[in-house]
Design a binder for this molecule. Structure first.
Ligand SMILES: NC(=O)c1ccc[n+]([C@@H]2O[C@H](COP(=O)([O-])OP(=O)(O)OC[C@H]3O[C@@H](n4cnc5c(N)ncnc54)[C@H](OP(=O)(O)O)[C@@H]3O)[C@@H](O)[C@H]2O)c1
Length: 294
């Protein structure tokens, strides 16, 4: 397994299982638990959930049932837009821990920037960090201006920014900015398969792009493995979501080949600024209407 070291010394496994919409949106049952247990049996130790995904309980039950030592696992959750603010963030974190049946989180993220609440939210997260209830604090979907806002007051700097990133949406200027400031990049929706609510048609996805298909043929791997490997070699974390055993397995088997610099560049060149998921400039209203289940 590959690890990346955050700016506070904490190590994160570079491959994690994306947990949004496992089964369906906010499904939190035995099926979700079984998917997590399957992934754990394959070797996954990193799981990316969020209060709004509504499946923290199933993940918590899988953790208990797996019998894996807590220190072997890397568990991320996120504070949702409606939970932002000082006391609200403190309470939201406590609820996430309770649902997950955990004593601490490895990583807690601000799910989306809500600039009016960023300072209160972050300061509440810093207090949780000082109390050692979370090992690292990070951001998600933050633009450069949102990161500059955090930098103006934060005592604990963010360790990462989880953003949409795939061959058709490489966000290079934001990636360069983050990496220059020692903020690691975690790639959400790394396959460019669409948003959680709206799948992209198969023929429009990067894994059928002739450039990627040809590279995959050369290494005798799948196009999706090439896309994930392209991120790993550029020091980024990937969070593919899958509930199909073959997919969960092949998404994890990325150590058998090394892309050349020319391959990496060829994939970089596919960028066409095609965003499939939510845009931080426009999602706030929609997010505020989305409820976090108990
Ligand atoms: N921070 C945020 O705002 C945010 C937003 C969106 C997502 N995320 C994170 O990113 C994770 C992934 O996002 P996502 O679901 O949007 O996109 P994704 O992981 O890029 O794509 C998931 C889709 O690809 C399919 N898939 C996965 N592996 C495959 C394989 N080897 N072969 C063929 N198909 C495969 C999955 O279907 P099967 O299940 O059938 O394999 C699913 O339909 C989420 O679960 C979440 O953790 C975060």
């Amino acid at each position: 397994m590959y690890f990346l070291e955050f700016n506070n010394g904490v190590e994160i496994p570079q491959i994690g299982l994306g947990m949004a919409s496992v089964g369906s949106w906010q499904q939190d049952d035995e099926y979700v638990k079984e998917v997590v247990l399957k992934a754990m049996a394959i070797g996954y130790r990193h799981f990316d959930t969020a209060s709004v995904y509504g499946n923290e309980r199933a993940l918590g039950r899988a953790i208990k049932e797996s019998g894996l030592p807590r220190e072997e696992l890397f568990i991320t959750s996120k504070v949702w837009d409606t939970e932002q603010g000082g006391k609200k963030t403190h309470d939201a974190f406590a609820r996430s821990l309770e649902r997950l049946q955990l004593e601490y989180l490895d990583l807690y993220l601000v799910h989306w920037p809500v600039p009016a609440y960023t300072r209160e939210t972050w300061e509440a997260m810093e207090a949780l960090y000082q109390q050692r209830k979370v090992r690292a604090l990070g951001l998600s979907n933050f633009r450069k201006s949102d990161i500059e806002q955090i930098a103006s007051f934060a005592e604990v700097p963010p360790v990462c920014n989880q953003i949409e990133l795939h061959p058709y949406f490489t966000q290079q200027p934001l990636v360069d900015y983050c990496q220059f400031h020692k903020i690691a990049i975690c790639c959400r929706s790394p396959l460019g398969a669409g948003s959680i609510f709206k799948a992209v048609e198969k023929e429009a996805r990067p894994d059928v792009d002739p450039v990627i298909v040809q590279i995959a043929e050369r290494y005798s791997v799948t196009a999706i493995q090439v896309i994930l490997r392209w991120n790993i070699q550029q020091h980024r974390v990937v969070l593919p979501k899958s509930e199909v055993l073959d997919h969960i397995l092949s998404n994890f088997l990325l150590s058998e080949f090394n892309l050349s610099n020319a391959d990496i560049q060829a994939i970089n060149n596919l960028n066409c600024n095609k965003r499939f998921g939510g845009d931080p400039d426009f999602v706030r209203k929609r997010n505020m209407m989305m409820k976090v289940p108990d």
